[in-house]
Design a protein around this ligand. Sequence first.
Ligand SMILES: Cc1cc2nc3c(=O)[nH]c(=O)nc-3n(C[C@H](O)[C@H](O)[C@H](O)COP(=O)(O)O)c2cc1C
Length: 239
Amino acid sequence: MNQPTDPGGLLGSLLADTHLDARAAVGPPAAVPAHLRRAPTDGPLTGLPAPASPRVALDDALPGRTAVRDYAMTPLSAADLSAILTAADRIDADIWSAERAAGVDLDLYCATWRVTGLDTGLHRFGPQGPALHRVADLPAGAAAEDLVSQREFARAPALLVITGNLAAALARHGSHGHRLLLTRAGAAGHAAWLTALRLNLVGTVFAGLLPHVLRECAGADGYHRAALFAFAVGHATPP
Ligand SMILES: Cc1cc2nc3c(=O)[nH]c(=O)nc-3n(C[C@H](O)[C@H](O)[C@H](O)COP(=O)(O)O)c2cc1C
C-alpha cells in the first residue's frame, strides 16, 4: 500500500489504523498460544518481610508528589520494598486478572543496591510470600551507572522494572495489546510510587531503560519479555 507522504495524510492514515484497531479490540480476545508463554529463569528464592504499613494518609502524601531523582545513602528497608512491590502486583491482579489468567503476564523485576538484608542484584518478585527470586548479579557504585540511561537512577537504593509479555498481548488483542500492556505497566508503576509516598519515600517513574541490560541479565528479548516502565525509589536527601 502506498503511504501518504504529507504529514496530514500520514496522521490521517495512522488515526484510521488506530480506529480500526480500537474496533477490533471490542471483539472477544484470542487465546494466547502456549509457545508464546515464557517461564522466567530464576535463581534461589529469598523471602521478603510482610509489606510495611502506610505511615502517611494518601491525602497528606499527594500534595508532595513530585519526581525526585536524588536519593540519600540511607538503605531502604525490606518491608518498604515488599510494600512497593506488592502494591504494583496487586493493582494488576485486581484490575487485569483475566489478562493474567490468559497468559499475558506482567513480571516485576527489582534491582537492589541498598536494601537492608538483601544483596546487590537483580531479582524477580514472586507475590506468593512475598519473595524475591534472584536473577543476576549487578555491579555496584560507579559501574552500576552503565546499567541505566540516567546515572542518577543507579544511585537509588532500588529500582522496580516492570516487564510484560508483548508477544502474548499482541496475540490476544492485536496491536491494542501493546497499549493495554503499557496501561497496566503505568498503573503498576504509579501504584508503586503512591505506596512509596505513603511510606515517606521519594522517587520517580521513568521509561528510559537500556534494553540490552535486561536482555543480558534477565533474558528479556523485548518481545516475550519486554521492559515497559520503571520506578526508582529511595529516601529524600537531607535539606
Ligand atoms: C511514560 C513516562 C516516561 C518517563 N520517562 C522518564 C525518563 O526516562 N527519565 C526521567 O527522568 N523521567 C521520566 N519520566 C518522569 C517524568 O519526567 C516526570 O513524571 C515529570 O518530570 C513530571 O515531574 P513532576 O512529577 O515533578 O511533575 C517519565 C514519566 C512518564 C509518565
